[in-house]
Design a protein around this ligand. Structure first.
Ligand SMILES: Cc1cc2nc3c(=O)[nH]c(=O)nc-3n(C[C@H](O)[C@H](O)[C@H](O)COP(=O)(O)O)c2cc1C
Length: 215
């Protein structure tokens, strides 16, 4: 799929898979992954075909488009249901977006200039209830990130996590108390452009390499 289309194409697309933006048929990110990734067992499509593209159009992302992603993150599981995650986001064409952009390493800035939204994902390390350290704060926040990303790919959005940025400056920017919060990663969200088709696709270790049966 790609390029400008007729109204009937758009109507068809909206009914079929909800992947139209501004009257343009978009590349389906899942289809791109489907061609390159082969699963060993049948599982939920979005789990296999979630990937981290970089090619974005530079279009803005609306609050309406973002909210379902946050909703997906909201339902992630966590230790004692602590829900330690917090997403600090900035929409494109705002001062905050520029400020978040400036935290990124040059290698990430190169493609994030076309993001519709940039975010800093933070976890809370200390329980509100008893002020104890929460050992699983990063694990739980990672689960929220994955739910966010899965819902994003389902909606054909580029969702790309990044560790390539200045963590100290990010914490300072958000005025985070170091003993209470941890900056986990930054996230770029955007709309895919045609160049995603030519991007490298990461594959995975074999199943046997990541599991050990205990007897
Ligand atoms: C916490 C985290 C940090 C990452 N940091 C970066 C980064 O700074 N720059 C980048 O281009 N990709 C980054 N990635 C993307 C990974 O390289 C990518 O997820 C990995 O290669 C697996 O590919 P896939 O997401 O397409 O399946 C990051 C991913 C995660 C989860």
């Amino acid at each position: 799929m790609g390029g400008a289309v007729t109204k009937s194409d758009v109507d068809h697309c909206l009914v079929e898979n909800d992947l139209c933006y501004n009257g343009f048929l978009m590349i389906d990110l899942r289809d791109v992954a489907k061609k390159k990734r082969k699963n060993a067992h049948q599982i939920l499509d979005e789990v296999i075909y979630r990937w981290s593209p970089r090619s974005m159009t530079g279009e803005p992302i609306s609050e309406e488009e973002l909210t379902p992603l946050f909703e997906a993150a909201r339902w992630a599981p966590s230790h004692f249901n602590y829900q330690e995650w917090h997403f600090h986001y900035a929409l494109r064409d705002t001062k905050a977006f520029q400020e978040l952009f400036s935290l990124l390493v040059p290698g990430n800035q190169k493609w994030c200039d076309k993001a519709g939204t940039l975010m800093i994902l933070v976890s809370k390390k200390i329980s509100d209830e008893n002020q104890q350290f929460i050992r699983t704060h990063s694990l739980d926040t990672g689960a929220a990130w994955q739910s966010f990303a899965i819902e994003g790919i389902r909606r054909n959005l580029v969702i790309h996590a990044m560790a390539g940025f200045d963590y100290d400056k990010a914490a300072e920017y958000l005025h985070l108390a170091e003993d209470e919060y941890q900056v986990e990663c930054m996230i770029a969200v955007g709309k895919p452009n045609q160049e995603v088709i030519d991007e490298d696709m990461s594959l995975r270790k074999n199943l046997e390499e990541i599991i050990t049966k205990l007897e």
